[in-house]
Design a protein around this ligand. Structure first.
Ligand code: MSP
Length: 523
């Protein structure tokens, strides 16, 4: 039986259209899911939308549409975006789905019955027009951080979750499982900023919020949006539903991939809820960095510099899904923040995709066409240079596997591209055009082309989870149709005597200045 692998992204707020920052998480998760599938795992990949709460409600109202209609429109745009970017999820969960709503009610009931939820009074600083409670530290100049108006003290009946009981259990969890929360710097953040100062019980219901899931046994209360949202990871598998076979099969999650801003919810509140429910904990949580624009977080509410084009809906049709995927996977060191810049995107496109990978493929295929009529040659013997290149490629192969074990997609894709750049350097060294002129060196020419084709094949096998479209195009042309990794250790995978399909240019070269000007008009 295949080993299972359950991976999730956060569920996104559909307050407005998703940004390239949200694409970042989803593309990484998609790449990891595809990679694990190719490694022979039984993968389940879930993503979705987090549709409750006052903010979502207000954003929907602002749009002038009916709330559900507004949400449906954004969800459709989100799903189209994932299709456009070749994101291959297994389930898309919406927190407005009926089965999720029912399961969240049951989870709340269960926590209440087990004594982890109790009724009390919430005291806070309330902003009347915004209908929001704030803590002292959230205020800006003593005023509401959203609208800048006066706040006043107010009390409200509310349910609380006994989060304070979990401090020691959480500390033990982090200590016993150093891999639970990565990068490890995030553990220190949790311990020093939240657990050591003392965890307080968490208010998990609001009577002032109407757009949400009501408490089953006390209908005027709406369940706190984060309880509703975090539960998606188990309700999406059918937890507490009539058919929980998926839950039994896939839970616990192998990886919750999230951004650093929501680590606290995932590394403190979520494990505490699961412990209270007596459920196994996710194996790993990875809090990645942010994609920044000129040093600022790319957010939906901030006005973007118009010269920077970050809209994937414009970038993908113009430059391909693979180019956008490549940039996001490659440019930001995994775990840290990284800058988005249109210029860097276009430069990487030219230097890495066009000049390195694309050029290697087109040079090799045109030589194969010229010298062997597109027929894959048999290599009788390899020379020193071919063996050196093969060894380098095998070393990079080891690196790709090693980096993907720790989800370092950026280093993994760099290693794949190292195979291509080594092969390009080798072409200069081997000078096949000179060898071709000498009738006595035809075996040598065969060994050169065979080596190049096998390097392209090996690199493309690995590239497929990262850049599925172009990698599949190359693999198809070479007659390779593996759903799982095969032949990673040798250079004898291609069938000698088989004709390859000619391949058109993978990434046409861009005039960076012209593109920047045109994008400035479009974005
Ligand atoms: N709805 C909650 C998550 C609930 S999960 C149970 C939420 N939604 S969000 O839409 O605001 O953000 C979703 C994810 O997108 C977060 O992981 C966040 O870090 C990520 N990103 C949003 N902007 C981003 C960047 N500019 N860069 C990288 N990731 C970013 O929080």
């Amino acid at each position: 039986m295949k080993e299972k692998f359950y991976i999730t992204t956060p569920i996104y707020y559909p307050s407005s259209k998703l940004t390239i920052g949200n694409c970042y998480t989803t593309i990484i998760a998609d790449t990891i899911a595809r990679f694990k599938k190719k490694q022979g795992k039984d993968v389940f990949y879930m993503t979705g939308t987090d549709e409750h709460g006052q903010k979502i409600f207000e954003a929907a109202k602002k749009s002038g549409k009916d709330v559900k209609q507004h949400l449906d429109d954004i969800v459709l745009d989100t799903q189209n975006l994932w299709k456009m970017l070749n994101v291959n999820y297994d389930k898309f969960i919406r927190t407005t789905d009926n089965d999720h709503v029912l399961a969240v009610k049951k989870i709340f009931n269960k926590l209440y019955e087990k004594g982890y939820i109790y009724k009390s009074t919430y005291k806070g600083l309330y902003c009347l027009p915004c209908e929001s409670f704030w803590t002292q530290s959230q205020l800006i100049d003593g005023k509401c951080p959203d609208c800048g108006r006066e706040v006043h003290e107010q009390e409200e009946e509310a349910y609380f979750f006994k989060l304070s009981e979990f401090s020691n259990k959480l500390l033990k969890l982090y200590k016993d499982n150093p891999e639970f929360l990565l990068p490890s710097s995030r553990v220190n953040e949790m311990v020093n900023n939240f657990i050591k100062p003392g965890l307080e019980d968490l208010c998990v219901s609001r009577t002032s919020v109407k757009w949400g899931i009501s408490v089953d046994f006390d209908q005027k209360h709406t369940i706190y949006v984060w309880i509703d949202a975090l539960s998606n990871y188990i309700t999406g598998l059918g937890y507490l539903s009539e058919n929980d076979s998926m839950f039994k099969k896939y839970w616990p999650a192998d990886l919750h991939l999230i951004g650093k801003d929501i680590v606290r919810f995932h590394a403190i509140i979520w494990p505490a809820i699961l412990m209270a429910l007596d459920l196994p904990l996710p194996k790993q949580i990875f809090g990645h960095g942010w994609l920044l624009l000129g040093g600022d977080k790319l957010s939906k509410s901030k006005k973007l510099n118009t010269v920077e084009c970050t809209d994937p809906r414009i970038l993908v049709p113009r430059y391909s899904a693979d180019a956008v995927r490549y940039y996001l996977l490659r440019e930001i060191p995994f775990g840290s923040d990284g800058n988005y810049s249109t210029e860097a995107f276009l430069n990487r496109y030219n230097s890495d995709l066009c000049n390195n990978f694309g050029n290697l493929v087109s040079r090799t295929f045109s030589m194969l066409k010229k010298y062997f009529n597109l027929i894959i040659p048999e290599a009788k013997q390899y020379g020193e240079n071919e063996i050196a290149l093969q060894n380098k490629a095998l070393k990079e192969k080891e690196n790709v596997i090693k980096y993907m074990e720790v989800y370092d997609v950026s280093k993994a894709i760099t290693s794949i591209f190292n195979i291509f750049s080594e092969a390009n350097t080798y072409i200069q060294l081997a000078q096949p055009w000179a060898v071709a002129k000498d009738e006595n060196r035809q075996d040598e020419l065969k060994a050169i082309l065979r080596t190049l084709l096998e390097c392209i094949r090996l690199g493309s096998e690995f590239l497929e989870p990262f850049m599925p479209e172009k990698a599949q195009k190359v693999l198809n042309a070479l007659g390779i149709k593996n759903s799982e990794f095969e032949g990673l250790d040798n250079f004898t995978n291609l069938k000698s005597g088989q004709k390859v399909e000619d391949i058109s240019i993978l990434f046409p070269r861009l005039d960076v200045e012209k593109e920047i000007n045109e994008l400035a008009e479009l974005c």
